[in-house]
Write a new protein. Structure first.
Length: 753
């Protein structure tokens, strides 16, 4: 380099563009050290570059000529790699004398013209409210916009072995009947990407050819003069003895991809990048090769929307974009969404189209009120997330009233289930209309109706008084870093004035505290519950004594604490008619049936329903095998039974629930052969796969022949297992803590000496 003994080295060059476009492209020089960090940069003005290199710039300093980045493209950290992706020109060393002329090839500089791309979208988080999943906007989070490396650029640089591995794995994937979905990470095929099934590949390749005809800088596919013409049908390729049959793949592409020449295969992969997009998520070994450069950071608005522009080389097709998201948690920007790049890239993003980023991290702040019900309405939707009000059996079910059923397509499936644990009714209120009519509060109450055996109980109403809260978002601008928090606002019991004190009333439409950023239902159970019926605490936690039917009622009140007559106030009471969980579809409601209306003098004054409660645990016991016909137990108690001709044994176990609300599974396993005897069913069944019971105490037994048990073995060892699972639900899940598993038993059969 000139002036090599100077502390500051002035680099001066004439720069011309081959077949140049004049001043249409603004050029800049960038100097990097050996580690790829930027040392200095300077523009090319009037065809001349004058770049001062700082002290310490040595022989390993690299100087790259490339485009002047527009403000819509300026990366936060410019590296040599960033420029290489844009086909930057590296000034060769040694440089010679000042004013040396550099001619940049047209195949490089034509990538340096910029086009603007509008990128817009919305960040959402699924939140269950009233038994229904809603996608609420995530506000005031940072969305990082990254441009993913082009696959042709990657294929230029990967090793020869990896080229063949990509090709071979791609052929293996095409043998599958459909594109598999990995379990982790979750993967959804971008709708902008072609269906990769073999039947659709021909159309895809036609599209690739059209791109080349438009002048896109991709290699010809492939350089066929180097490949001898093969007879038809194509013979077996030595490297790929199991080459799949791909009749719709153009023959020249089949030949190129099947070649034993790494150059030909590499060129074919470079020329067909979109062919591989759907498969990249399936290859974790390839993920480290797919990287991206951040080109923009934008903050979402009040509803989770973002809208920005960035520049990209005009010669390229639509850019490939990847997004990741940060939220301010406790004053620190924290990543809440950053899935693997290959599984979540928007390949060939259509500029201006809206992207939906679905964040599942519950720390991400949703800042949007749940949708309001129009008019004077109250809709009781579900118990928890999983039991719709329409799935709670009514008086027509007789003894089964208050049990929960499961329905699929309107058809009841599985056993009927009691309720237990913490029960949380999900209710939607027509808040605006109700509060405008002076209806400001509600209250849930309960009373016992029967014991477990169906005998009646005279009981008084008791209000549900467990605290109910709603979280909201708050950004404290007075604190360093503007920390984001989610305080909990108590909506009841409301003791704010003398009219309400002691009545266990809950607010329908609480006022947000000053400075809040909106309601934020960040806890699915706390923020969706209208009340908490703590059934496991009934009768001081005595599950056996508390089991039976309970009546719940919902009443509305005005701001003086007076109960509202719903008939005279014109308030409609609705129930959900769809099975829960409600999922992403429309949830329908209908007027509550007569049995769900609480009446006073013929007027409706509330909503009522019966729930059957049972928190009893299960019982699981296996009785040691006893001898039967022509069989003798080992006197030493070692578990060996000696059998003779036509011998049999007695097998027994106990699968019990005090009120029959449990299922069981019993099995006998022989050696390593797996289960050879199984029985399952509800614990109050009379017969289960030959095991009989009286249907009350859960004692099942059967006599089993020794020869079938042995299955051709002269002697064998056996293990017995028993699982008893409770049916009770809290509306969110089955109460597994009530399950019981028996201590396994073992025995062995051996012929008599």
């Amino acid at each position: 380099m000139p002036n090599s003994n100077s502390d500051d080295r002035a680099l001066k060059l004439r720069v011309d563009l081959e077949g140049g476009p004049g001043d249409e492209i603004r050029l800049r020089a960038y100097a990097f050290d050996a580690e790829g960090q930027l040392l200095a940069s300077a523009p090319v003005e009037d065809g001349t570059l004058s770049l001062d290199l700082p002290a310490g710039a040595g022989e390993r300093t690299r100087v790259l000529l490339g485009p002047e980045f527009p403000k819509e493209r300026q990366p936060e950290e410019l590296t040599a790699r960033s420029l290489e992706r844009l086909e930057a020109f590296e000034i060769p060393r040694p440089l010679g004398v000042d004013l040396e002329e550099i001619l940049i090839p047209q195949e490089l500089w034509r990538w340096w013209s910029w086009c603007l791309c509008r990128v817009r979208g919305r960040v959402v988080r699924p939140v269950t409210i009233g038994g229904s999943e809603q996608l609420l906007g995530v506000c005031h989070v940072r969305v990082h916009l990254c441009e993913v490396d082009r696959l042709p650029w990657i294929f230029e640089r990967i090793s020869d072995d990896l080229v063949f591995r990509v090709r071979d794995t791609f052929f293996e994937e095409l043998k599958r009947p459909e594109l598999p979905r990995p379990v982790d990470p979750p993967f959804e095929l971008d709708p902008a990407v072609i269906d990769p099934s073999p039947g659709n590949l021909a159309d895809a390749f036609d599209g690739f050819r059209r791109e080349q005809e438009r002048g896109i800088r991709l290699p010809e596919i492939p350089r066929l003069p180097e490949i001898p013409r093969l007879p038809d049908p194509i013979p077996e390729i030595p490297r790929l003895p199991d080459l799949p049959n791909l009749p719709n793949l153009p023959v020249e592409t089949r030949i190129a991809l099947s070649s034993t020449s790494v150059t030909v295969v590499r060129e074919a992969l470079r020329a067909n990048p979109r062919l591989l997009h759907p498969y990249l998520c399936l290859w974790p070994w390839f993920w480290q090769r797919v990287r991206c450069d951040e080109v923009r950071t934008v903050v979402t608005d009040r509803d989770g929307h973002f809208d920005t522009f960035f520049a990209y080389p005009c010669l390229l097709d639509q850019p490939d974009l990847y997004f990741w998201v940060e939220a301010c948690i406790g004053g620190t920007w924290t990543t809440v969404y950053r899935p693997p790049i290959p599984c979540n890239t928007h390949w060939n993003y259509r500029c201006g189209s809206e992207v939906t980023i679905r964040v599942t991290d519950r720390r991400a702040p949703v800042c949007q009120d749940p949708a309001d019900l129009p008019g004077l309405q109250v809709a009781v939707l579900s118990i928890g997330n999983g039991v719709s009000t329409s799935e709670v059996l009514g008086v027509g079910a007789l003894a089964d009233e208050g049990l929960a059923v499961q329905r699929v397509g309107g058809v009841e499936i599985g056993p009927r289930r009691p309720f237990g644990g913490s029960l949380e009714p999900h209710v939607w209120f027509g808040r605006t209309a109700l509060t405008a009519a002076g209806i400001t509060h509600y209250r849930w109450s309960y009373r016992r109706r029967t014991r477990a055996d169906g005998s009646a109980v005279n009981d008084n109403w008791r209000a549900l008084e467990r605290r109910v809260v709603r979280h909201y978002a708050r950004i404290d601008t007075a604190q360093p870093g503007n920390p984001l928090t989610f305080p909990a606002l108590t909506i009841g019991p409301d003791e704010s004035n003398a009219n309400l004190a002691g009545k266990n009333l809950f607010q329908i439409d609480p006022q947000l505290p000053a400075g809040s950023q909106g309601w934020a239902p960040i806890d699915a159970r706390e923020d969706s519950a209208s009340a908490f019926f703590l059934t496991h605490l009934l009768e001081n936690g005595n599950a056996a004594a508390a089991a039976g039917k309970y009546e719940l009622k919902l009443e509305l009140f005005d701001n003086t604490g007076t109960r509202v007559n719903l008939t005279t106030a014109g308030v409609a009471v609705k129930v959900a008619t769809d099975a829960a969980p409600f999922g992403s579809g429309t949830v329908n409601t209908a007027a509550a049936p007569a049995e769900n209306l609480l009446l006073d003098g013929g007027d409706v004054v509330g909503f009522r329903m019966i729930l059957h409660v049972d928190n009893n645990p299960c019982v699981a016991q296996i009785t040691p095998v006893t001898t039967g016909t022509n069989i003798t137990a080992d006197a030493n108690g070692c578990g060996f039974l000696e059998y003779g001709a036509n011998a049999d044994i007695n097998v027994a176990f106990r699968a019990h629930h005090p009120n029959g609300f449990a299922n069981f599974t019993f099995s006998i396993v022989r050696g390593s052969s797996g289960a050879i005897v199984t029985a399952s069913g509800q614990v109050n069944a009379l017969n289960a796969s030959g095991f009989t019971s009286n249907g009350v105490d859960g004692n099942f037994q059967d006599i089993l022949g020794v020869i079938p048990l042995l299955g051709g073995c002269p002697r064998a060892a056996f293990a017995e297992t028993l699982d008893v699972d409770a049916l009770a639900t809290d509306g969110w899940s089955r109460l597994q803590h009530l399950d019981r598993n028996a201590v396994p038993q073992a025995f062995a059969l051996t012929p008599e000496e």
